[in-house]
Design a protein around this ligand. Structure first.
Ligand code: SF4
Length: 195
């Protein structure tokens, strides 16, 4: 058989690796398959929505951790949801890199407030945040609610506060948000999601 110098090194190198692995008792093909399975084998799958843009692609997030009380679970892999009607398993480069955002040290994970006149942000609890938002909304609505227009026609409008939902809001949460916001008389209402 005619064989070039380059081909000789390639064939004998591959043969050497293969025969060493076989001598150790396992096949390289099987070993590779085992490694791939192992990465996600003990993870929990959670379906979510990409938070970046209005396309709102479906995600599957794989979390490691057995949900025991003293175990900090961690998302180790994210991929497109093949069952999602928007993206059918695909993700653009930005969505495919969402794991970096999830683990970013700069990601804000809890509510913060900057009091009037202060230059500092301070951390508050979710209970306090929701209470403050509710108080602000009530005060603004009480002060600015329009019951009737100039002609005396009932309009029940609240024009001074708006509501914006994220791209991760599903149709169901969008429906409920519209019900709540419109029920309060809010006119300025939008969602980033376009699905
Ligand atoms: S994966 Fe890309 S296209 Fe899809 S929602 Fe995220 S940013 Fe938008």
């Amino acid at each position: 058989m005619d064989i070039s110098r380059r081909q000789f090194f390639r064939v004998s190198g591959a043969g050497l690796v293969g025969s060493s692995l076989v001598a150790m008792g396992f096949s390289p093909t099987q070993a590779l398959a085992e490694t791939r399975n192992f990465k996600l084998a003990r993870t929990t799958e959670t379906r979510s929505t990409c938070p970046y843009c209005s396309v709102s692609c479906g995600l599957v997030m794989y979390t490691l951790g057995d949900k025991a009380k003293n175990v900090q679970s961690s998302i180790i892999h994210v991929e497109g949801d093949p069952d999602h009607p928007v993206n059918r398993g695909t993700l653009c480069p930005k969505g495919a890199g969402v794991l970096d955002m999830i683990h970013s040290p700069n990601r804000v994970k809890y509510p913060q407030v900057r009091e009037a006149g202060s230059a500092e942000w301070k951390r508050i609890s979710w209970d306090e945040a929701l209470t403050r938002v509710a108080r602000h909304m009530k005060a603004d609505r009480d002060a600015n609610f329009i019951k009737a227009n100039d002609k005396g026609v009932t309009v029940n409008r609240w024009n001074t506060t708006g509501f914006l939902m994220s791209s991760a809001a599903s149709n169901e949460s969008g429906y409920l948000s519209v019900k709540v916001a419109r029920g309060l008389g809010m006119v300025a209402l939008d969602t980033q999601a376009r699905i």
